[in-house]
Design a protein around this ligand. Sequence first.
Ligand code: SAM
Length: 260
Amino acid sequence: TSFGFKEVPEEEKSQLVSNVFSSVAKNYDLMNDLMSGGLHRLWKDRLVSKLNPFPGMKHLDVAGGTGDVAFRILDTVNSIKRRALQDVLEDDLQEETRIYVCDINPNMLNVGKKRALERGYPDKSLLWVEGDAEALCFEDSTMDGYTIAFGIRNVTHIEKALAEAYRVLKRGGRFLCLELSHVDIPVFKELYDYYSFSVIPAIGELVAGDRGSYQYLVESVRRFPPQEKFAAMISDAGFQKVEYENLVGGVVAIHSGLKI
Ligand code: SAM
């Protein structure tokens, strides 16, 4: 069976993606560490530092899965709060932070909820919402920030997801997308291709007993538009000041845009 999109009609893609993530949910966090050698943690830290979270913010993390990005945002907000409390009255920081973790797959969200409990996060700030990036169940102009990490390449119509991101953000709100991208450096590219097509499915089979899902993940990266093209799509959705930063030579890229 090939998990490539060429063989999969568009209407079946979301079902396929849903099956893949139901299947990987249990091992998802371990596999992330194994496949990226722990680097995904640094990439997510970088994403959140670019976001510049603040106490009282309303934030939406789409394709939020098991909560990695949301936890980092909350940690940053809490450390700002602790520092600020030394100088100002607590009343000034009463505006409640709300971080919505939205994902289409309830299995991923359930793992996230469990992790949040284990970490003792206040449930008031973190809200877990089952939903589709292409049709968000949030009002227009309600969010200060929108993040999507390793999620947008799984979405069937990227344009729809971008339009929805634009719709729910307030003016001045920031869009940030962390995604596996394209390497364009000779030799490194060949090594990376070998790693992606041979090593990753093998790790998937060995550790999770699921070669197919990891094959799908690799193929979905190949089909994702290159950095410049994706930046143009973000601009087409209405965002301004669109830019991107390559990390590890383009293995991942962080795209950003502002709704002005
Ligand atoms: N953001 C998390 C992280 O970085 O660890 C999870 C990333 S995981 C590779 C991709 C996630 O996207 C899965 O949890 C999957 O269920 C979710 N997803 C796929 N299609 C989606 C859609 N149309 N709307 C919302 N979430 C979706």
